[in-house]
Design a protein around this ligand. Structure first.
Ligand code: SF4
Length: 503
């Protein structure tokens, strides 16, 4: 290889969601592209889901299996490790992105290569593997068509399943004509923007890379603890090429991708294609177990990645996000995503799942996070369409509210503390009847400060008040009038008049 290794753009430094969304909303072409694409996938999904009378039972089975995996994760991971080793694979453990990237770079260097081919994988985008490889002087060639469009266009992905969903045919043609020749076989000069012509150009461009690559990198949709089998589903056949042609295969797997047994896979191979591409089954389902002599890669590395997942697991409400099978059904039904697109979320995980997964992976509950991360749980109208569409029944609105509370609690200022103190005082008063009576008596004294039936300032003598009321309650009394409490409470009146009989 002679071309220079190009670093790719990242989401680092993106503005908070409202600011980013405001900018994206001004892009009329993108909104039209998104609307057309999401509505098309949505209609296909609905049609194939309606075919299955047991769809709701399948959803509940998927939820139960994933919850069981999360409850037994350490045990199942050790079982997977033993199974993969027994089948001739090499297992690595990575606490974070840096460790995972270092392992991939070390394996590639050990093989003496300056390029790897890649199967589209969310987890390698999460850890920014391509830039880690670029820093080591190694090209990472994306082979999924949409991912190739993003990479050649020096763009950012905007959808889990269709990363270039924000691009139309004319834009893709222009990117191919401009960029393909810089990194391999150029696109034909007179290529049209017909999908078949664009796909043919990509196929010819990628073929030479498939045929010469010595090392491939993939993610994994599922890994079966009992047997050590890893499963990748895809639509184009590029994944099958990556998983079978090179001599060395490196798979980076989020630890939550486990399934206990083969029979569990049956459930997910029905749920996933219907929810993602609106198909009854994936065109390509590739599975491999360790190494098979004389067949496929002869060296297999499995990197088990945590990168914040253990922290997510420790939150009883938030952990359901780890059930996610990255189908993107929640994106396709989300009214917010449809209008803003994926870039506004500032993460490789856009849409509703991104709004709950990204803040948790970045540690929103453990330490102060940046304004962009803190804005994500608010990037939703809470309409609930995402929960209805989710094949593993992740209650995204519930987790959003849970995370919003954490953001608010984490950023409490003097006003919030005053409100919290007030609520504590109310709680104290309501715990015992005599305390309520006392509180009402004190409140009744406030009527002395009322004029025309309302309290328009702090109930303090005039001479003690500054010209402009400031402090925790200042804004309240600047902008609002509180009704004056009656001079005597109902309880006091009832007691004094014996229920009104002496009135
Ligand atoms: S949250 Fe549910 S609907 Fe959204 S990508 Fe994950 S599995 Fe699919």
């Amino acid at each position: 290889m002679t071309t220079s290794v190009r670093r790719e753009p990242t989401f680092v430094g993106m503005p908070p969601f409202p600011e980013a969304a405001h900018k994206e909303l001004a892009n009329g072409v993108q909104r039209a592209n998104l609307r057309k694409a999401t509505h098309t996938i949505r209609a296909k999904r609905e049609a194939v889901v309606e075919e299955l009378p047991d769809w709701e039972l399948l959803r509940r089975a998927g939820e139960a299996i994933k919850d069981d995996v999360l409850a037994r994760l350490p045990e199942l991971l050790e079982r997977l490790e033993a199974s993969v080793r027994a089948a001739g694979g090499i297992v690595h453990w990575a606490r974070d992105a840096d460790e995972a990237n270092a392992i991939v770079v070390a394996v590639a260097r050990a093989k003496g290569v300056d390029e790897v081919i890649k199967v589209k994988s969310m987890v390698t985008e999460e850890i920014e593997l391509n830039n880690a490889l670029a820093d080591a002087g190694i090209h990472a060639w994306e082979t999924d068509l949409a991912q190739l469009i993003v990479q050649l266009g020096e763009d950012l992905p905007s959808h889990i399943l269709v990363p270039a969903i924000h691009r139309n045919r004319a834009q893709i043609r222009e990117i191919f004509l401009r960029e393909m020749g810089r990194f391999g076989r150029p696109a034909p000069a007179h290529m049209s923007d017909e999908p078949a012509a664009l796909a043919a150009a990509a196929r010819r461009h990628l073929r030479e890379k498939f045929l010469r690559a010595e090392v491939a990198v993939s993610g994994g949709n599922f890994a079966i603890a009992d047997t050590g089998t890893v499963c990748v589903v895809e639509s184009e056949g590029n994944g099958r090429m990556c998983l079978t042609l090179p001599k060395t295969l490196i798979t980076v797997l989020g630890v939550e991708k486990l399934l206990p047994t083969w029979s569990d896979l049956e459930v997910f191979l029905q749920l996933l294609p219907r929810s993602s591409t609106g198909e009854r089954m994936n065109p390509y389902t590739s599975m491999w177990t360790g190494v098979t002599p004389g067949d496929g890669p002869q060296e297999f590395h499995l990197i088990l990645l945590d990168n914040g997942r253990s922290d997510v697991l420790s939150d009883p409400t938030g952990r359901q996000a780890l059930r996610c099978i990255r189908c993107s059904a929640c994106l396709n039904v989300c009214p917010v995503y449809e209008r803003t697109g994926g870039h506004a979320y500032g993460s490789v995980y856009p849409g509703p799942i991104g709004a709950i997964l990204t803040p948790q992976l970045r540690g929103i509950a453990k330490h102060p996070v940046d304004a962009q991360t803190a804005s994500l749980p608010f990037a939703s109208s809470l309409c609930g369409a995402c929960f209805d569409a989710c094949p593993v029944r992740i209650d995204i609105p519930d987790v959003l509210l849970h995370l919003r509370a954490q953001v608010v609690d984490g950023g409490r200022g003097p006003h919030d503390r005053a409100e919290a103190a007030g609520m504590k005082a109310v709680q104290w008063a309501f715990e015992k009847p005599w305390r309520i009576g006392l509180a009402q008596h004190v409140a009744g004294m406030g009527s002395r400060f009322a004029r025309h039936g309302v309290i328009g300032r702090l109930p303090l003598p005039e001479k003690l008040l500054p010209r402009k009321v400031t402090g925790p309650l200042g804004e309240w009394f600047t902008d609002r009038d509180a009704p004056a409490p009656p001079p005597e409470s109902f309880r006091s009146w009832y007691k004094r008049t014996d229920g009104g009989t002496e009135a």
